[in-house]
Design a protein around this ligand. Structure first.
Ligand code: ATP
Ligand code: MG
Length: 226
């Protein structure tokens, strides 16, 4: 397997609204390699989600470049970019984004449906294995509404990992959880993060941030490594 790497080079991002031009990111640069984990902290509105969306290829920077595994994702035409995102990036959102009408197992399988490969049983085996690791193998047929907040986040983590992404990006994965449950989700992220992937977690929790090898704080559009 090729080495995993992420390189962010002088990324700027502004939004133009009818009222104003909002400068959110003013020159962010850093580099991560496989096995690295990074926590991003910073005040509300400092651009943490914006940066994560750019790294996750969901939003383009206004200027600057990002390279994932040596490739420039935004240079790809949209169908290839979608495929790249599906295979290389796992996203855990603050409010889980599970689909309410589907079961736990079906939710975890959703990312595997877009580009089916040869062995149709393989994704199911991987989903079941991940659900076992997040200790939800007794809840396979539950709908998201029938789970606790921590259980929903654990399903979201399993879903983000099902395609074996190079980058696991988590935006406030423990934001809506009590301290004990947040600790358990934090442990889970550290456990599941292997030597062949990069983990980036946005968090307000200094306790959670303290678990990661590298930490940076976003402030006034710049990123200071702590
Ligand atoms: N689509 C948009 N159009 C205009 N401004 C935006 C847009 N999205 C975000 N912003 C502004 O960009 C800034 C950064 O937003 P962002 O969501 O990245 O902050 P954040 O650090 O994730 O905050 P929080 O901790 O509250 O989640 C905010 O001031 C926000 O108002
Ligand atoms: Mg945010």
């Amino acid at each position: 397997m090729a080495d995993v790497s992420l390189r962010i080079d002088d990324v700027h991002k502004h939004y133009s609204t009818v009222h104003a031009r909002v400068e959110v990111l003013r020159g962010i640069s850093f580099e991560l390699a496989d096995g690295d984990s990074l926590a991003i902290t910073g005040p509300s509105g400092s651009g943490k989600s914006t940066l994560l969306q750019i790294i996750g290829t969901l939003d383009e920077p206004s200027s600057g470049a990002i390279r994932i595994n040596g490739r420039e994702p935004f240079a790809l035409p949209e169908p290839e970019l979608a495929r790249f995102r599906n295979s290389e990036i796992g996203f855990v959102f603050q409010d889980h984004h599970l689909l309410p009408q589907y079961s736990v197992l079906e939710n975890v399988l959703i990312p595997t449906l877009a580009y089916p490969a040869g062995d149709i049983e393989a994704p199911r085996r991987r989903a079941l294995e991940l659900l076992e690791r997040v200790e939800l193998d007794h809840r396979l047929e539950h709908r998201p509404a029938e789970l606790s907040g921590g259980e929903r986040q654990r399903v979201a983590v399993a879903r983000a990992l099902v395609n074996g992404p190079s980058l696991l990006l988590c935006d406030e994965p423990t934001g809506s959880l009590d301290q004990a449950t947040a600790g358990a989700v934090g442990d889970l992220l550290s456990d599941l993060h292997g030597d062949d992937s990069i983990l980036i977690v946005v968090t307000h929790s200094l306790e959670l941030a303290g678990r990661f090898e590298r930490r940076c704080e976003l402030r006034e559009g710049l990123c200071a490594e702590l």
